[in-house]
Design a protein around this ligand. Sequence first.
Ligand SMILES: [Zn+2]
Length: 188
Amino acid sequence: MFHPGSAKDYSREQIVTAVADGMREAAQGLSGSLKLLIENTAGQGSVLGSTLEELAEIRSQAQAGLDFEVGYCLDTCHSFAAGYDLASEAGLELFIQKADALLRLERVPVIHANDSKGGLGSRLDRHEHIGEGLIGDAAFGRLLNHPKMMTKAFILETPVDSPEDQSRDINKLKELCRKSPTVRKTSK
Ligand SMILES: [Zn+2]
């Protein structure tokens, strides 16, 4: 799993091709069950991969010539900071639909679950504890329990300032899973 990097002085077209070439070079001789996941970014500066379209373009260029599958990891904080409104019900639905259409959700095995210190479209990559940022509890509840997200692995990358921080965030996600009406529906 990796961030695709920064364009600096190069054009988008040049850099997308350079990243795809780099992936193929790094993966020489590798095959089998290995999976390379491109993670979306918040889009700070000239960072690549903040739009779903760009992620799809990098993958399609890289996949030709690789003997294993290239997929994606979507980070909730990065998506929100890049301008995808995961905090609202309609915004989350739109994001999931777009991700399915452009990336295909079966190619997204992992979600990085991070709340965001930065606002919608702020392009700030600043992770926050679940429910304490601008994405919020309700939105994580909707995401965790979305029918299209049931098989995804959720990985936390929230700040660990004190030893109990991590278990608090894990317990928060578990609690939000239990609370959801979707879960109750599917368990009938
Ligand atoms: Zn991440």
